[in-house]
Design a protein around this ligand. Structure first.
Ligand SMILES: [Fe+2]
Ligand SMILES: [Fe+2]
Length: 405
């Protein structure tokens, strides 16, 4: 997984996922442990983990989330005796692809990293740390979910289970690489702590498919767009991690293709009016989340020479075109009205943040928030109700994306 997903959630309950360990990039004694909200600061003597500042965890609607699902239903869905639509040959072929492990030797660091980090100062340094931290959390979220799915599906469908395990390998690598990046800033995300302390959002399996597919594909488009931009404009390259994005994003693309195959094997999630409504809902949710998040962090995108809104619209349009190959309906994001609605949501969100930062008492803050939340909800609803684009295909094979690995 690469992107942060889901501002909105159809069903939510919190559950913990026991027995999951971090991917091997824990905080080290010489670094300050970052719980969730890091600020670049000199290494301080590490406090015992339990007493560290838990209040630093910023749980907002837009923070990267951890997910859990109904694993029993997942087992049913991938039981080849129950589900005759499962094309095991396709999954075996995909498994071979994952076993090839194209990026086994890709994530090797060099001394440029630390030197670049030391040179980065001022506001860009702080916002850059936040970028590493949020990206690491999003990647780690994918690791946890895929690892558990790999474990739970072993008996029912060993091929699908092994693919999930190999995807969790990829995500652990991505999260670990980002966490090593944080170490260049004398910080580290305490992934073990995050595993235990964060709330998990529950999605039913079909929602996991929609949300995760979108998350992987939007992650692919974000990484490849940043990579291409910095390759053309190397003067904006502040830190070598972006040079790794070209191969890295192919992992995300493969993950997305696997979810595409999973959805094809569950046509009931793609072929009725409910599937169309949910498809549009998840597209809107993922696009709005990214747009609002990024518009709060324009300093980062401008710092690497991008125009935040142009970058986001490019990513949204490309992701939507890719998604139209599999989802039965998508949003008309290329209609200029869609962007106008997103921009109005940014304005409202900015006002909401400003209310949160005032000195008012909580009651007054909440009263001030009511009309703003109503306005945001109304914009969201209007965007959702815009005439959609019918998409997908009965003959999926013709629409299969052609990828260059
Ligand atoms: Fe990833
Ligand atoms: Fe991924």
């Amino acid at each position: 997984m690469a992107a942060e997903m889901a501002l909105l959630k159809p069903i939510s309950k919190f559950a913990s996922t026991p027995g999951l360990a971090g991917p091997g990039a824990p905080s080290r004694p010489r670094f300050a442990a970052v719980r969730m909200s890091a600020t670049a600061q000199p290494a301080a003597p590490k406090k015992p983990a339990k007493k560290a500042n838990k209040q630093a965890i910023k749980e907002t609607l837009l923070a990267p989330r951890f997910y859990t699902t109904d694993f029993d239903e997942m087992e049913q869905l991938f039981n080849t005796e129950i589900n005759k639509n499962l094309n095991q040959d396709e999954f075996v072929a995909l498994l071979q692809e994952f076993k090839t492990d194209y990026n086994q030797t890709h994530f090797v660091r060099n001394k440029e990293f630390k030197e670049a980090a030391d040179k980065m100062q001022g506001p860009l340094r702080q916002i850059f740390v936040e970028f590493l931290e949020r990206s690491c959390t999003a990647e780690f979220s994918g690791f946890l979910l895929y690892k558990e799915l790999g474990r739970r599906l072993k008996k029912t469908n060993p091929v699908v289970a092994e693919i999930f395990s190999l995807m969790s390998r990829d995500e652990a690598r991505h999260a670990g690489f980002l966490n090593k990046g944080l170490s260049d800033f004398n910080l580290a995300l305490d992934l073990g702590f995050l595993t235990k302390a964060r709330k998990y959002t529950f999605f039913k399996p079909k929602f996991i498919f929609y949300a995760t597919y979108l998350s992987e594909k939007i992650g692919y488009w974000r990484y490849i767009t940043i990579y291409r931009h910095l390759k053309e404009n190397p003067e904006y390259q502040p830190y070598p991690i972006f040079k790794y994005f070209e191969n890295w994003c192919q992992d995300e693309n493969r993950h997305g293709d696997f979810f595409s195959a999973l959805m094809k094997a569950q046509p009931q999630f793609l072929n009725d009016w409910k599937a169309k409504l949910w498809s549009r809902f998840f597209c809107l949710s993922v696009y709005v989340t990214m747009y609002l998040n990024d518009c709060q962090r324009t300093a980062f995108y401008e710092g690497i020479g991008l125009n935040t809104k142009e970058f986001d619209m490019h990513v949204i349009i490309e992701t939507n075109r890719t998604t139209a190959r599999i989802f039965p309906a998508v949003l008309d994001v290329e209609n200029p009205e869609f962007k106008r609605k997103l921009d109005r949501m940014v304005e409202i969100n900015t006002k909401l943040i400003a209310v949160g930062e005032t000195e008012d008492i909580p009651l007054v803050k909440n009263l001030k928030r009511i009309p703003l939340i109503a306005a945001l909800a109304s914009e969201l609803l209007a965007a959702y109700l815009m005439p959609p684009i019918e998409s997908g295909s009965v003959d999926f094979a013709e629409f299969e994306p052609r990828l260059v690995y």
